[in-house]
Design a protein around this ligand. Structure first.
Ligand SMILES: Nc1ncnc2c1ncn2[C@@H]1O[C@H](COP(=O)(O)OP(=O)(O)OP(=O)(O)O)[C@@H](O)[C@H]1O
Length: 674
């Protein structure tokens, strides 16, 4: 059955011709409609053709959920156990075998990481397929730049195809950086600017795959939709009550919309007559635990219709069995660099309209096993006026973390051959931030601390605080704080009509030194709830405690997960994650924590010196520096105000602002706000 499905895919008709072109060309750009079979079939065709007999076929994906689910599907098609012939590698989860794995689905980040760690020519890979290249993530762009360079080196050395054939017996060398193994690159997408990619790779061959397997009927809204969550709710129940069986996938911009729609759907579904089809709601978003995201792939129990609420993590590459209907709100969240100049900016997530490319990809999630329907909650006119594709991340996101990673490789972004070059100011601002953080020295060389920071999967500012904390023996506390700040949802729930109750409930956590210490108090209090009770009792006690204190438990649960990962990284870089201030109690701990946080803040805050210049101030937070400043009150307040606005964005998800209470009582600050 599964072999018949493979055989019927549109790509199967062109199999021989495609393989022939890939054999003839070092780089090919493959454009084919969603669902035509690119991602699952091309690696298998390459394997069967013997084109990769000297190494592994890697297929990169921008998202982990795609990498793992595709590996599972392809190993099923190959009738092997996942992790044997077909494997995957995503952050904190790998399933592949050094000897047996020939097809490896991986996130682009994992391949970039492998390049960084091994500093070689990726010699174990014979073919690298960069899938969903249209997404133009920073990692994909860096990967493309490096692959171009690696291929030149490897293929320059490999004299002829015959030489490669002679290397057949040298299987043992597959895992080394054997540059006698030439590299083939395939770039794939359904919605790619093929010409641009081809040009980047010296006019690489463009191949087209015609046709899709099943039709998808598209419906647009007749008029503009004001409330997309409400419109999604109505559309879902219209499908549920009027249309044939089949699961529904709804695209929403972010977790908050997903959770609110989940509640509404569940509420309405509970009011349906008992004879009606039940509704099973599943959610998928990046911040959600991977095992929870995977639940969306399980078939709905009989008598139920599955409704998946997802962000754009479900937009490309994946096939969710059973999906017949797609509802597209036309919105997404996108990382955007906040250009606040002082010490370098920060990324924030903004909700915005999607692009035509995203709309096409979303539509393509239906019609994968049979005819489908896509309901776009925007007018056809709105679709026509959407931009073709999004701006590459390299042009709109903070480059601080990327440049730090490149420094580890001894690379300079400004000298790399990337498809779109970021402007000099963005690079300069990132370098300045890294210098302020102590990650690079005055000659722009990476420092030992910078190396350590690069291991943490965090913004360098947070990584810097963690690294600094070992000097002050307070790593455990800093991990508590940074984990909450890195969580994707807000810790403090603000309910506008219950302001007083909210403020009263939180009073006991509030710390005069600012929000970082306040967060620490919350985490510690939370950890004590339910101690010594059964796990079920502890779980409900924690839930109730959070409700009573207007705290978002999801944020604390996610922070626990993040913390575990950070503890592991600490171990790898030789830091003691349990380090805690033991002598002289609270006061000394507070000082140590603020100093460590101060190291991280040095990279993103306006640290004013009495002479009016900005300067790196290690070990002090804004709270500590400003009261002693010789600057005029007004000037200080103006700077603080800007910092607060800026910092508010940085910590939008965790805390409101650094010592907001301290500053909001400042008379000049209040004047300016007014
Ligand atoms: N997990 C799965 N369960 C059932 N069918 C699947 C699964 N994965 C893939 N398929 C089938 O294989 C087809 C091709 O999938 P594939 O991911 O290779 O397409 P694609 O051309 O790469 O699409 P896209 O551009 O959307 O990633 C799907 O349309 C579907 O029919």
């Amino acid at each position: 059955m599964i072999q018949e499905q493979r055989h019927n895919l549109p790509i199967a008709k062109g199999k021989d011709a495609l393989i022939e072109e890939i054999r003839k060309n070092d780089v090919t750009v493959l454009l084919g409609e969603t669902g035509s079979g690119k991602t699952t079939q091309i690696p298998q065709y390459i394997l069967e053709s013997g084109l990769a007999r000297n190494g592994i076929i890697a297929i990169t994906q921008p998202r982990r959920v795609a990498a793992t689910s595709l590996a599972a599907r392809v190993s099923q098609e190959q009738n092997t156990h996942l992790g044997d012939l077909v494997g995957y590698a995503v952050r904190f989860d790998e399933k592949h075998d050094e000897q047996k794995t020939k097809i490896k689905y991986m996130t682009d980040g994992m391949l970039v990481r492998e390049m960084m760690m091994q500093k070689g020519l990726l010699g174990r890979y014979s073919v690298i397929i960069v899938d969903e290249a249209h997404e133009r993530t920073l990692r994909t762009d860096l990967l493309l730049a490096k692959l171009k360079e690696i291929q030149r080196k490897r293929n320059g050395k490999a004299r002829t195809q015959d030489d490669a054939e002679k290397g057949k017996g040298k299987e043992k060398e597959n895992n080394s950086d054997d540059s006698s193994n030439p590299l083939k690159i395939v770039i794939m997408s359904a919605t790619i600017d093929a010409e641009k990619f081809s040009k980047f790779f010296d006019n690489a061959k463009i191949l087209y795959v015609q046709g899709r397997q099943h039709p998808v009927k598209i419906y647009h809204s007749a008029t503009s939709v004001l409330d997309y969550t409400d419109a999604a709710l109505r559309t879902f129940f219209q499908i549920h009550t009027d249309s044939a069986p089949g699961d529904v996938l709804i695209f929403l911009p972010g977790q908050e919309d997903i959770e609110s729609l989940q509640k509404s759907i569940q509420l309405f579904a509970s009011q349906l007559p008992v004879s009606a089809l039940g509704v099973l709601v599943c959610t998928m978003f990046a911040a959600q635990d991977h095992s929870q995201n995977s639940k969306a792939f399980f078939p709905a129990p009989s008598g139920m219709r599955k409704c998946i609420l997802a962000t754009n993590i479900a937009e490309t590459s994946i096939t969710i069995s059973g999906i017949k209907y797609v509802i597209d709100t036309g919105k997404c969240k996108e990382k955007q660099y906040l250009a606040k100049a002082s010490g370098g900016g920060f990324d924030t997530l903004l909700t915005r309209d999607i692009t035509k490319s995203s709309a096409t990809q979303r539509t393509g999630r239906a019609g994968r096993e049979g005819p489908g329907m896509c309901f776009r909650l925007y007018t056809e006119e709105a679709f026509n006026s959407m931009s073709e594709s999004g701006e590459p991340e390299i042009l709109r996101c903070s480059l601080t973390s990327t440049i730090l990673n490149l420094k580890c490789l001894g690379e300079k972004l400004e000298e790399m051959d990337v498809m779109d070059k970021p402007d000099r100011d963005s690079i300069a601002s990132a370098l300045k931030t890294l210098w302020l953080l102590g990650a690079i020295d005055a000659s722009q060389q990476i420092t030992p601390s910078g190396f350590k920071m690069s291991y943490f999967p965090l913004e360098p500012q947070y990584a810097c605080s963690i690294v600094a904390s070992s000097t002050y023996s307070c790593t455990s506390a800093i991990l508590d704080i940074v984990s909450v700040l890195s969580s994707s949802s807000k810790l403090f729930v603000d309910i506008s009509d219950q302001r007083e109750a909210v403020s009263d409930a939180r009073k006991k956590f509030r710390h005069s030194s600012g929000d970082h210490m306040t967060v620490l108090n919350v985490v510690r209090a939370y950890r004590e709830i339910g101690e010594g009770e059964s796990s079920k009792a502890a779980k409900s006690a924690r839930k109730e405690w959070c409700r009573k204190h207007f705290l978002n438990e999801r944020s604390l649960i996610e922070a626990c997960d993040i913390r575990k990962q950070l503890v592991e990284v600490c171990r790898r870089v030789g830091m003691d994650a349990s380090a805690a201030v033991k002598e002289n109690g609270k006061e000394r701990e507070e000082d140590a924590v603020l100093r460590s946080i101060g190291h991280g803040l040095a990279g993103n805050s306006a640290f004013l010196q009495p002479d009016g210049s900005y300067k790196q101030v290690i070990g002090q937070t804004i709270v500590k520096i400003h009261p002693g400043s010789a600057l005029s009150e007004k000037k200080v307040a103006a700077i603080i105000y800007d910092d607060l606005m800026y910092t508010n964005q940085i910590y939008a998800r965790g805390v409101s602002a650094i010592s907001k209470s301290f500053f909001s009582s400042h008379p000049v600050f209040n004047q300016r706000k007014a």
